[in-house]
Design a protein around this ligand. Structure first.
Ligand code: MG
Ligand code: MG
Length: 248
């Protein structure tokens, strides 16, 4: 069942989104060659708790971190640890915060030092695919119009979209109905209505779309070891069109 949010609920979600965005900004300011992902995780947790919110991922199905930190061929759900970032890495950071019972969820991929031309193209295409998806997030469109737009941008750039993991509705739970795939057919899926709030999150691989999970039970990697990028925003369908909630 897709939960429709009131104007007041969307305003409450804006606060969760603002805190999530702030944590990602602060983490981004700390991303540099030599920093560990555990250190970035500590910075994010401090920021979120300093705002009176709670990290949404910590303890979720036993996940140990405030952030998911996924480096290079890691797609999503990487666990913050002692690994130091190296020049040329790309680091996907996924962050969530909960306050007053509402969730925010957002991700972006940072370049570390000087990255390759291919890595830069992947980051640009993934960010652009998210924007294309967000633009479809309006009443009158259908749910899979979003994924179709994401897929079109990613594939035109020569990349592929992950099939096994998808975006989602969000509100008083981090994962609500509906699932929001990053692929699909234009004009299909449930009708989008004012008051729906969804997390759109393209995961785009430089190579093929196949992925698998490592033995840590969390980290998802590309099957062909190609680079992967991840961008995400929490977005509300409003009378005025798409409203991105995960911004400061
Ligand atoms: Mg996320
Ligand atoms: Mg999400």
């Amino acid at each position: 069942m897709i939960v429709i949010k009131s104007q007041l609920e969307i305003e409450a979600m804006q606060e969760a989104g603002r805190i999530t965005a702030k944590a990602l900004r602060v983490v981004g300011e700390a991303v540099r060659v030599g920093v560990t992902t555990a250190e970035l995780d500590r910075i994010a947790e401090e920021c979120i708790r300093g705002e009176g919110a709670v990290p949404a991922f910590k303890g979720y199905h036993g996940f140990p971190g405030t952030l998911c930190t996924s480096i290079n061929e890691q797609v999503v759900h990487g666990i913050p640890a002692k690994r130091r970032l190296a020049d040329g890495d790309i680091l996907s950071v996924d962050c969530g915060a909960v306050i007053d019972g509402f969730y925010g969820d957002s991700a972006l991929t940072f370049p570390v030092g000087t990255i390759s031309t291919e890595a830069k193209a992947l980051l640009d295409a993934t960010a652009a695919s998210l924007q294309a998806g967000i633009a479809r997030c309006r009443e009158g469109m259908r749910l899979y119009d979003i994924g179709a737009a994401v897929q079109d941008v990613a594939e035109r750039a020569g990349f592929s979209v992950v099939r096994e993991y998808v975006g989602h509705g969000i509100g008083r739970a981090m994962h609500e109905d509906p699932q929001v795939p990053n692929f699909g057919k234009v004009g299909t899926g449930p009708a989008l209505k004012v008051g729906m709030v969804i997390a759109i999150e393209p995961m785009v691989n430089a190579g093929k779309y196949d992925v698998y999970s490592l033995s840590d039970g969390w980290t998802v990697v590309t099957a062909d070891s190609s680079l992967s990028a991840h961008f995400e925003h929490t977005v509300a369908v409003t009378e005025e069109g798409p409203l991105i909630l995960t911004v400061e």
